[in-house]
Design a protein around this ligand. Structure first.
Ligand code: GTP
Ligand code: PEP
Length: 206
């Protein structure tokens, strides 16, 4: 399989991220949990044979250091402009390669599931997205070479991506579709099998 895709992974500053997940681990561990999920997401993307490189869009120095150590690169966030601006900025750095945007809260994601989705997106040759397990949000948006990513992440993003002309990919990929927004999502991700960083943080849970 050719390694062609550039994965763009946006990560908010750790202290501000994942507010709905607060309380899932003891308070001081929350930034560590957010970081661990981002590290597992990035590591799984890097381990996917279809992915040539991973670019995190992040301002947090701890995130930058961790993704660099993992073999990814980073770009600064666009000041106060939000998730979609961050993704658009990151996608431009792909310099014409096909782009896959992934949220940084996919700690159960398996590289093989990502590979299947990217092969399907490549076959379609169109913008395509994968909704979260609930079906209303988005965990992945892919655009072929030379086509703008045009991200519409946020509440109701699955419907927004459909309206924007992207193809909805609804496969049986729970590891990829299980984004973690709440403590219940984290338990569900743990049942699927967490990446090592998130698994280690959860070991500290009371
Ligand atoms: N670089 C960057 N990433 C963002 C921004 N907003 C959200 N993200 C990331 O986008 C992904 C999906 O966002 P959400 O699931 O809503 O995460 P969140 O905003 O941290 O979570 P809540 O506070 O619970 O809404 C996560 O990986 C976030 O870190 C932003 O302004 N800049
Ligand atoms: C930003 C999104 O994530 P969530 O709904 O998980 O916050 C989204 O689904 O577009």
């Amino acid at each position: 399989m050719l390694s062609t895709w550039v994965a763009v992974v946006p990560v908010k500053p750790l202290g501000a991220a994942k507010t709905r997940l607060r309380g899932a681990v003891p308070r001081p561990s929350h930034p560590g949990l957010v970081l661990a999920m981002a590290r597992d997401t990035v590591a799984a993307a890097l381990a996917c044979p279809a992915v040539a490189r991973v670019v995190a869009v992040c301002d947090d120095p701890l995130v930058r250091a961790a993704v660099t150590a993992a073999g990814a690169t980073w770009l600064p966030d666009t000041p106060a402009a939000g998730l979609n601006a961050a993704l658009t900025f990151g996608a431009r750095a792909a310099a014409g390669a096909p782009v896959v945007a992934l949220t940084a809260d996919l700690p159960a994601m398996r590289p093989a599931d990502l590979a299947v989705v990217l092969a399907e997106a490549a076959r379609l040759g169109r913008r395509a997205f994968v909704p979260d397990l609930e079906g209303s949000g988005t965990v992945l948006l892919a655009s072929p070479a030379g086509v703008a990513l045009d991200p519409h992440f946020g509440p109701g993003s699955a419907a927004a991506h459909l309206r924007s002309g992207a193809v909805r990919l609804d496969g049986d990929w729970p590891s990829l579709r299980r984004d973690v927004d709440t403590a219940a999502d984290l338990d569900a991700a743990a049942d699927l099998g967490l990446g090592p960083h998130t698994g280690e943080v959860l070991c500290t849970r009371a």
